[in-house]
Design a protein around this ligand. Structure first.
Ligand code: NAD
Ligand code: DAU
Length: 353
Protein backbone atom coordinates (compact mmCIF):
# COMPACT_ATOMS: atom_id res chain seq x y z
CA UNK A 1 0.00 0.00 0.00
CA UNK A 2 1.48 3.31 -1.15
CA UNK A 3 0.87 5.35 1.99
CA UNK A 4 2.64 2.96 4.37
CA UNK A 5 5.95 4.75 4.20
CA UNK A 6 7.26 4.98 7.74
CA UNK A 7 7.21 1.59 9.35
CA UNK A 8 7.90 0.66 12.96
CA UNK A 9 9.17 -2.88 13.49
CA UNK A 10 9.40 -3.80 17.17
CA UNK A 11 11.73 -6.57 18.34
CA UNK A 12 13.74 -6.34 15.12
CA UNK A 13 17.00 -7.38 16.80
CA UNK A 14 15.55 -10.76 17.82
CA UNK A 15 15.39 -14.00 15.88
CA UNK A 16 12.30 -13.56 13.67
CA UNK A 17 12.39 -9.75 13.88
CA UNK A 18 15.85 -9.60 12.29
CA UNK A 19 14.67 -11.65 9.31
CA UNK A 20 11.58 -9.44 8.99
CA UNK A 21 13.68 -6.25 9.14
CA UNK A 22 16.03 -7.59 6.46
CA UNK A 23 13.10 -8.62 4.22
CA UNK A 24 11.30 -5.27 4.47
CA UNK A 25 14.47 -3.16 4.23
CA UNK A 26 15.55 -5.07 1.10
CA UNK A 27 12.14 -5.23 -0.60
CA UNK A 28 11.07 -1.61 0.01
CA UNK A 29 13.93 0.85 -0.51
CA UNK A 30 11.41 3.75 -0.50
CA UNK A 31 10.17 3.03 3.00
CA UNK A 32 11.73 4.31 6.19
CA UNK A 33 12.06 1.37 8.57
CA UNK A 34 12.55 1.99 12.27
CA UNK A 35 13.61 -0.99 14.35
CA UNK A 36 12.72 -0.40 18.01
CA UNK A 37 14.18 -2.94 20.38
CA UNK A 38 15.13 -2.97 24.06
CA UNK A 39 18.02 -5.37 23.37
CA UNK A 40 17.19 -7.87 26.10
CA UNK A 41 19.31 -11.05 26.33
CA UNK A 42 17.48 -12.15 23.13
CA UNK A 43 18.14 -9.00 21.10
CA UNK A 44 21.38 -8.88 19.15
CA UNK A 45 22.34 -6.17 16.66
CA UNK A 46 24.91 -8.55 15.16
CA UNK A 47 21.86 -10.19 13.51
CA UNK A 48 21.53 -7.06 11.33
CA UNK A 49 25.18 -6.26 10.55
CA UNK A 50 24.64 -6.67 6.79
CA UNK A 51 21.87 -4.04 6.57
CA UNK A 52 22.66 -1.64 9.42
CA UNK A 53 24.04 1.04 7.08
CA UNK A 54 21.17 1.00 4.59
CA UNK A 55 19.66 4.43 4.03
CA UNK A 56 16.10 3.28 4.66
CA UNK A 57 16.92 1.73 8.07
CA UNK A 58 17.35 3.15 11.55
CA UNK A 59 17.66 1.52 14.98
CA UNK A 60 16.11 2.98 18.15
CA UNK A 61 16.86 1.37 21.51
CA UNK A 62 13.40 1.43 23.09
CA UNK A 63 11.62 -0.44 25.87
CA UNK A 64 7.96 -0.79 24.84
CA UNK A 65 6.98 -1.08 28.51
CA UNK A 66 8.12 2.55 28.94
CA UNK A 67 4.99 4.48 27.96
CA UNK A 68 6.78 7.82 27.51
CA UNK A 69 9.51 6.29 25.35
CA UNK A 70 6.83 4.78 23.09
CA UNK A 71 4.93 8.09 22.78
CA UNK A 72 8.19 9.95 22.05
CA UNK A 73 9.04 7.43 19.33
CA UNK A 74 5.66 7.92 17.65
CA UNK A 75 6.05 11.73 17.87
CA UNK A 76 9.50 11.50 16.32
CA UNK A 77 8.60 9.31 13.34
CA UNK A 78 4.84 9.62 12.62
CA UNK A 79 4.51 5.94 11.69
CA UNK A 80 1.98 4.76 9.10
CA UNK A 81 2.44 1.08 9.85
CA UNK A 82 3.57 -1.12 12.72
CA UNK A 83 4.80 -4.70 12.64
CA UNK A 84 4.88 -5.70 16.29
CA UNK A 85 7.17 -8.61 17.18
CA UNK A 86 8.82 -7.49 20.44
CA UNK A 87 8.04 -10.02 23.15
CA UNK A 88 9.42 -12.30 25.78
CA UNK A 89 9.25 -15.49 23.74
CA UNK A 90 10.58 -18.50 25.66
CA UNK A 91 8.04 -20.78 27.38
CA UNK A 92 10.52 -22.15 29.95
CA UNK A 93 11.44 -18.62 31.09
CA UNK A 94 7.72 -17.78 31.43
CA UNK A 95 7.43 -20.67 33.90
CA UNK A 96 10.32 -19.50 36.10
CA UNK A 97 9.49 -15.77 35.78
CA UNK A 98 6.08 -14.81 34.36
CA UNK A 99 6.14 -11.11 35.37
CA UNK A 100 8.36 -9.95 32.52
CA UNK A 101 5.94 -11.66 30.09
CA UNK A 102 2.98 -9.72 31.49
CA UNK A 103 4.91 -6.46 31.20
CA UNK A 104 6.39 -6.76 27.72
CA UNK A 105 3.76 -8.89 26.01
CA UNK A 106 0.61 -7.29 27.46
CA UNK A 107 1.49 -3.84 28.81
CA UNK A 108 4.02 -3.21 26.00
CA UNK A 109 1.41 -4.07 23.34
CA UNK A 110 -1.17 -1.80 24.97
CA UNK A 111 1.37 1.05 25.08
CA UNK A 112 1.88 0.68 21.33
CA UNK A 113 -1.87 0.51 20.67
CA UNK A 114 -2.45 3.66 22.74
CA UNK A 115 0.30 5.57 20.97
CA UNK A 116 -0.99 4.48 17.54
CA UNK A 117 -4.54 5.42 18.48
CA UNK A 118 -3.52 8.86 19.73
CA UNK A 119 -1.50 9.54 16.57
CA UNK A 120 -3.93 8.07 14.06
CA UNK A 121 -7.25 9.27 15.57
CA UNK A 122 -9.11 11.31 12.98
CA UNK A 123 -7.83 9.37 10.01
CA UNK A 124 -7.04 5.68 9.97
CA UNK A 125 -6.57 5.83 6.20
CA UNK A 126 -3.54 3.83 5.05
CA UNK A 127 -2.63 2.91 8.63
CA UNK A 128 -2.06 -0.62 9.95
CA UNK A 129 -1.17 -2.20 13.30
CA UNK A 130 0.07 -5.71 12.52
CA UNK A 131 0.45 -7.92 15.59
CA UNK A 132 2.64 -11.03 15.37
CA UNK A 133 1.36 -13.87 17.51
CA UNK A 134 1.73 -17.57 18.05
CA UNK A 135 -0.21 -20.82 17.56
CA UNK A 136 0.25 -21.47 21.31
CA UNK A 137 -2.76 -19.21 22.06
CA UNK A 138 -4.99 -22.06 20.83
CA UNK A 139 -3.70 -24.43 23.53
CA UNK A 140 -2.78 -28.05 22.93
CA UNK A 141 -4.13 -30.54 20.39
CA UNK A 142 -4.70 -34.26 20.88
CA UNK A 143 -3.47 -36.70 18.22
CA UNK A 144 -6.01 -35.39 15.66
CA UNK A 145 -7.05 -32.03 14.19
CA UNK A 146 -5.40 -28.70 13.39
CA UNK A 147 -5.68 -25.11 14.63
CA UNK A 148 -7.73 -22.90 12.30
CA UNK A 149 -8.42 -19.18 12.65
CA UNK A 150 -11.74 -20.14 14.32
CA UNK A 151 -10.24 -22.36 17.02
CA UNK A 152 -11.15 -21.05 20.49
CA UNK A 153 -8.31 -19.62 22.56
CA UNK A 154 -7.11 -21.91 25.35
CA UNK A 155 -3.58 -20.84 26.34
CA UNK A 156 -1.81 -23.06 28.86
CA UNK A 157 1.52 -21.42 29.78
CA UNK A 158 2.23 -17.94 31.15
CA UNK A 159 3.87 -17.17 27.77
CA UNK A 160 0.87 -18.24 25.69
CA UNK A 161 -1.57 -16.60 28.13
CA UNK A 162 0.32 -13.31 27.78
CA UNK A 163 0.29 -13.58 23.97
CA UNK A 164 -3.44 -14.45 24.02
CA UNK A 165 -4.09 -11.36 26.20
CA UNK A 166 -2.21 -9.17 23.75
CA UNK A 167 -4.18 -10.64 20.80
CA UNK A 168 -7.43 -9.86 22.66
CA UNK A 169 -6.32 -6.27 23.31
CA UNK A 170 -5.42 -5.77 19.65
CA UNK A 171 -8.85 -7.06 18.54
CA UNK A 172 -10.60 -4.98 21.23
CA UNK A 173 -8.87 -1.79 20.00
CA UNK A 174 -10.04 -2.63 16.48
CA UNK A 175 -13.62 -3.34 17.59
CA UNK A 176 -13.95 -0.44 20.05
CA UNK A 177 -11.84 2.34 18.54
CA UNK A 178 -11.69 1.31 14.90
CA UNK A 179 -7.89 1.08 14.73
CA UNK A 180 -6.97 -1.01 11.63
CA UNK A 181 -5.33 -4.25 12.75
CA UNK A 182 -4.30 -7.60 11.41
CA UNK A 183 -2.99 -10.58 13.42
CA UNK A 184 -1.08 -13.68 12.41
CA UNK A 185 -0.50 -16.78 14.53
CA UNK A 186 2.51 -18.84 13.54
CA UNK A 187 3.91 -22.24 14.44
CA UNK A 188 7.48 -23.02 15.63
CA UNK A 189 10.17 -21.22 13.65
CA UNK A 190 13.73 -22.42 13.09
CA UNK A 191 16.72 -21.08 11.17
CA UNK A 192 19.76 -18.79 11.50
CA UNK A 193 20.02 -16.35 14.45
CA UNK A 194 17.74 -18.21 16.85
CA UNK A 195 18.86 -17.88 20.47
CA UNK A 196 20.22 -21.25 21.70
CA UNK A 197 17.63 -21.58 24.48
CA UNK A 198 15.18 -22.96 21.90
CA UNK A 199 15.22 -26.67 21.00
CA UNK A 200 16.96 -26.71 17.59
CA UNK A 201 19.86 -24.27 18.20
CA UNK A 202 20.34 -25.63 21.73
CA UNK A 203 20.66 -29.15 20.33
CA UNK A 204 23.03 -28.03 17.54
CA UNK A 205 25.25 -26.25 20.08
CA UNK A 206 25.28 -29.23 22.47
CA UNK A 207 25.97 -31.78 19.74
CA UNK A 208 28.80 -29.63 18.43
CA UNK A 209 30.31 -29.50 21.92
CA UNK A 210 29.65 -33.19 22.73
CA UNK A 211 27.25 -32.25 25.53
CA UNK A 212 24.06 -34.14 26.45
CA UNK A 213 21.03 -33.13 24.36
CA UNK A 214 18.12 -32.71 26.80
CA UNK A 215 14.79 -34.07 25.53
CA UNK A 216 11.84 -33.29 27.81
CA UNK A 217 9.74 -36.22 29.01
CA UNK A 218 9.68 -39.01 26.44
CA UNK A 219 10.15 -36.72 23.44
CA UNK A 220 6.58 -37.47 22.32
CA UNK A 221 5.47 -33.82 21.99
CA UNK A 222 4.79 -32.62 18.47
CA UNK A 223 5.54 -29.25 16.89
CA UNK A 224 4.91 -27.89 13.37
CA UNK A 225 8.21 -26.40 12.14
CA UNK A 226 8.56 -23.50 9.71
CA UNK A 227 11.76 -22.01 8.27
CA UNK A 228 12.08 -18.44 9.57
CA UNK A 229 12.43 -16.85 6.12
CA UNK A 230 9.06 -18.36 5.18
CA UNK A 231 7.56 -16.63 8.22
CA UNK A 232 9.19 -13.34 7.15
CA UNK A 233 7.77 -13.68 3.61
CA UNK A 234 4.30 -14.38 5.05
CA UNK A 235 4.58 -11.27 7.24
CA UNK A 236 5.56 -9.13 4.24
CA UNK A 237 2.56 -10.49 2.31
CA UNK A 238 0.06 -10.05 5.14
CA UNK A 239 1.31 -6.54 5.96
CA UNK A 240 0.75 -5.43 2.38
CA UNK A 241 -2.23 -7.55 1.26
CA UNK A 242 -3.95 -8.86 4.41
CA UNK A 243 -7.55 -7.80 5.04
CA UNK A 244 -8.03 -5.39 7.93
CA UNK A 245 -9.53 -7.05 11.01
CA UNK A 246 -8.53 -10.55 9.83
CA UNK A 247 -6.43 -13.25 11.39
CA UNK A 248 -4.08 -15.48 9.39
CA UNK A 249 -2.57 -18.75 10.60
CA UNK A 250 0.97 -19.47 9.37
CA UNK A 251 2.49 -22.96 9.55
CA UNK A 252 4.81 -25.36 7.83
CA UNK A 253 2.46 -28.35 7.52
CA UNK A 254 5.49 -30.09 8.95
CA UNK A 255 4.76 -31.96 12.18
CA UNK A 256 7.59 -33.67 14.01
CA UNK A 257 7.78 -35.54 17.30
CA UNK A 258 10.64 -33.98 19.27
CA UNK A 259 12.55 -37.25 19.48
CA UNK A 260 12.32 -37.86 15.71
CA UNK A 261 13.41 -34.31 15.00
CA UNK A 262 16.43 -34.60 17.32
CA UNK A 263 17.39 -37.95 15.75
CA UNK A 264 17.28 -36.38 12.27
CA UNK A 265 19.36 -33.45 13.52
CA UNK A 266 21.90 -35.90 15.00
CA UNK A 267 22.25 -37.65 11.63
CA UNK A 268 22.76 -34.31 9.83
CA UNK A 269 25.33 -33.22 12.44
CA UNK A 270 27.28 -36.50 12.16
CA UNK A 271 27.62 -35.91 8.41
CA UNK A 272 28.55 -32.22 8.72
CA UNK A 273 31.09 -32.91 11.49
CA UNK A 274 32.48 -36.02 9.78
CA UNK A 275 31.66 -38.17 12.79
CA UNK A 276 30.81 -41.89 12.45
CA UNK A 277 27.06 -42.45 12.02
CA UNK A 278 25.31 -42.81 15.39
CA UNK A 279 27.82 -40.71 17.37
CA UNK A 280 25.52 -37.75 18.09
CA UNK A 281 22.46 -39.88 18.91
CA UNK A 282 24.32 -41.19 21.95
CA UNK A 283 24.11 -37.66 23.39
CA UNK A 284 20.29 -37.75 23.59
CA UNK A 285 19.28 -37.59 27.27
CA UNK A 286 15.69 -37.74 28.50
CA UNK A 287 15.13 -35.19 31.26
CA UNK A 288 12.27 -34.07 33.52
CA UNK A 289 9.35 -32.75 31.51
CA UNK A 290 8.33 -29.10 31.18
CA UNK A 291 5.44 -28.40 33.60
CA UNK A 292 2.14 -28.24 31.69
CA UNK A 293 3.93 -29.22 28.47
CA UNK A 294 1.54 -28.82 25.48
CA UNK A 295 1.34 -32.13 23.60
CA UNK A 296 0.83 -31.06 20.02
CA UNK A 297 0.55 -28.00 17.79
CA UNK A 298 -0.48 -28.15 14.12
CA UNK A 299 -1.50 -25.20 12.00
CA UNK A 300 -3.97 -25.14 9.14
CA UNK A 301 -2.63 -22.31 6.97
CA UNK A 302 -5.00 -22.88 4.02
CA UNK A 303 -6.61 -19.41 4.41
CA UNK A 304 -3.24 -17.69 3.90
CA UNK A 305 -2.36 -20.01 1.04
CA UNK A 306 -5.70 -19.57 -0.76
CA UNK A 307 -6.33 -15.87 -0.13
CA UNK A 308 -2.81 -14.46 -0.38
CA UNK A 309 -0.98 -17.15 -2.35
CA UNK A 310 1.67 -17.87 0.29
CA UNK A 311 3.51 -21.17 0.58
CA UNK A 312 6.62 -22.28 2.47
CA UNK A 313 9.74 -22.99 0.39
CA UNK A 314 12.42 -25.40 1.66
CA UNK A 315 11.76 -28.99 2.65
CA UNK A 316 12.47 -29.63 6.33
CA UNK A 317 15.61 -31.62 5.53
CA UNK A 318 16.93 -28.73 3.38
CA UNK A 319 15.95 -26.10 5.95
CA UNK A 320 17.61 -28.03 8.77
CA UNK A 321 20.77 -28.59 6.72
CA UNK A 322 20.91 -24.85 5.96
CA UNK A 323 20.39 -24.08 9.64
CA UNK A 324 23.11 -26.47 10.81
CA UNK A 325 25.51 -25.07 8.18
CA UNK A 326 24.75 -21.52 9.38
CA UNK A 327 25.47 -22.34 13.05
CA UNK A 328 28.67 -24.20 12.18
CA UNK A 329 30.01 -21.37 10.04
CA UNK A 330 28.93 -18.65 12.50
CA UNK A 331 30.64 -20.03 15.57
CA UNK A 332 31.66 -16.49 16.63
CA UNK A 333 27.95 -15.49 16.84
CA UNK A 334 27.28 -18.55 19.00
CA UNK A 335 30.42 -18.04 21.14
CA UNK A 336 29.41 -14.44 21.88
CA UNK A 337 26.09 -15.65 23.23
CA UNK A 338 27.23 -18.64 25.22
CA UNK A 339 30.13 -16.75 26.77
CA UNK A 340 27.70 -14.30 28.44
CA UNK A 341 24.88 -15.00 30.92
CA UNK A 342 23.89 -18.05 28.89
CA UNK A 343 25.82 -20.54 31.03
CA UNK A 344 24.08 -19.25 34.20
CA UNK A 345 20.73 -19.63 32.46
CA UNK A 346 21.63 -23.10 31.21
CA UNK A 347 22.71 -24.34 34.66
CA UNK A 348 19.61 -23.00 36.40
CA UNK A 349 17.30 -24.51 33.76
CA UNK A 350 18.93 -27.91 33.28
CA UNK A 351 20.92 -28.94 36.38
CA UNK A 352 18.99 -31.42 38.48
CA UNK A 353 16.46 -31.97 35.73
P1 NAD B 1 13.13 -13.40 20.38
O1 NAD B 1 13.04 -13.70 21.85
O2 NAD B 1 14.21 -14.00 19.59
O3 NAD B 1 13.22 -11.82 20.16
C1 NAD B 1 12.42 -10.92 20.87
C2 NAD B 1 12.95 -9.51 20.62
O4 NAD B 1 12.12 -8.59 21.34
C3 NAD B 1 14.38 -9.30 21.11
O5 NAD B 1 15.14 -8.59 20.16
C4 NAD B 1 14.22 -8.48 22.39
O6 NAD B 1 15.31 -7.63 22.67
C5 NAD B 1 12.95 -7.68 22.06
N1 NAD B 1 12.25 -7.25 23.28
C6 NAD B 1 11.92 -7.99 24.35
N2 NAD B 1 11.34 -7.22 25.30
C7 NAD B 1 11.26 -5.96 24.78
C8 NAD B 1 10.75 -4.72 25.26
N3 NAD B 1 10.20 -4.62 26.49
N4 NAD B 1 10.84 -3.65 24.47
C9 NAD B 1 11.39 -3.72 23.23
N5 NAD B 1 11.92 -4.85 22.73
C10 NAD B 1 11.85 -5.97 23.50
O7 NAD B 1 11.69 -13.78 19.82
P2 NAD B 1 11.29 -14.46 18.44
O8 NAD B 1 11.36 -15.91 18.58
O9 NAD B 1 12.00 -13.78 17.35
O10 NAD B 1 9.73 -14.05 18.39
C11 NAD B 1 9.32 -12.81 17.84
C12 NAD B 1 7.81 -12.72 17.90
O11 NAD B 1 7.23 -13.80 17.17
C13 NAD B 1 7.23 -12.81 19.31
O12 NAD B 1 6.14 -11.94 19.40
C14 NAD B 1 6.78 -14.26 19.42
O13 NAD B 1 5.72 -14.39 20.33
C15 NAD B 1 6.35 -14.54 18.00
N6 NAD B 1 6.44 -15.94 17.55
C16 NAD B 1 7.60 -16.64 17.70
C17 NAD B 1 7.68 -17.94 17.22
C18 NAD B 1 8.95 -18.76 17.32
O14 NAD B 1 8.94 -19.93 16.99
N7 NAD B 1 10.06 -18.21 17.76
C19 NAD B 1 6.57 -18.51 16.60
C20 NAD B 1 5.40 -17.78 16.48
C21 NAD B 1 5.34 -16.48 16.95
O1 DAU C 1 4.61 -22.63 18.53
C1 DAU C 1 5.18 -21.37 18.48
C2 DAU C 1 6.10 -21.17 19.66
O2 DAU C 1 7.23 -22.01 19.45
C3 DAU C 1 6.54 -19.72 19.84
O3 DAU C 1 5.42 -18.92 20.14
C4 DAU C 1 7.56 -19.61 20.98
O4 DAU C 1 8.03 -18.28 21.08
C5 DAU C 1 8.72 -20.53 20.67
O5 DAU C 1 9.65 -20.51 21.73
C6 DAU C 1 8.24 -21.97 20.43
O6 DAU C 1 7.75 -22.56 21.67
P1 DAU C 1 8.10 -24.08 22.08
O7 DAU C 1 7.96 -24.22 23.53
O8 DAU C 1 7.38 -25.05 21.21
O9 DAU C 1 9.66 -24.09 21.61
P2 DAU C 1 10.96 -24.73 22.31
O10 DAU C 1 12.07 -24.64 21.30
O11 DAU C 1 11.20 -24.18 23.66
O12 DAU C 1 10.57 -26.26 22.47
C7 DAU C 1 10.20 -27.05 21.34
C8 DAU C 1 9.83 -28.45 21.87
O13 DAU C 1 11.01 -29.09 22.36
C9 DAU C 1 8.86 -28.41 23.04
O14 DAU C 1 8.00 -29.54 22.96
C10 DAU C 1 9.77 -28.54 24.27
C11 DAU C 1 10.92 -29.40 23.76
N1 DAU C 1 12.25 -29.12 24.36
C12 DAU C 1 12.69 -27.85 24.41
C13 DAU C 1 13.93 -27.54 24.93
C14 DAU C 1 14.44 -26.13 25.02
C15 DAU C 1 13.04 -30.19 24.76
O15 DAU C 1 12.64 -31.37 24.68
N2 DAU C 1 14.29 -29.90 25.28
C16 DAU C 1 14.76 -28.62 25.39
O16 DAU C 1 15.91 -28.44 25.91
Amino acid sequence: MKSKRVILITGGAGFIGSHVVRTIVSNYPDYRIVNADKLTYAGNLENLKDIENKENYVFEKTDIVDKKAVVDLFDKYLFDGIIHLAAESHVDRSITGPDEFVLTNIVGTVNLLNAALARWKGSFDGKLFYHISTDEVYGSLGREGMFTEETAYDPKSPYSASKASSDHMVRAYNHTFGIPVVISNCSNNYGPNQFPEKLIPLAINNIKNNKPVPVYGKGENIRDWLYVEDHASAIDLIFHNGKIGETYNIGGNNEWKNIDLISLLCRIMDKKLNRPAGTSEKLITFVKDRPGHDLRYAIDSSKLQKELGWSPIPSFQTGLEKTVAWYLSNSKWLENIISGDYSKYYDSMYSGR
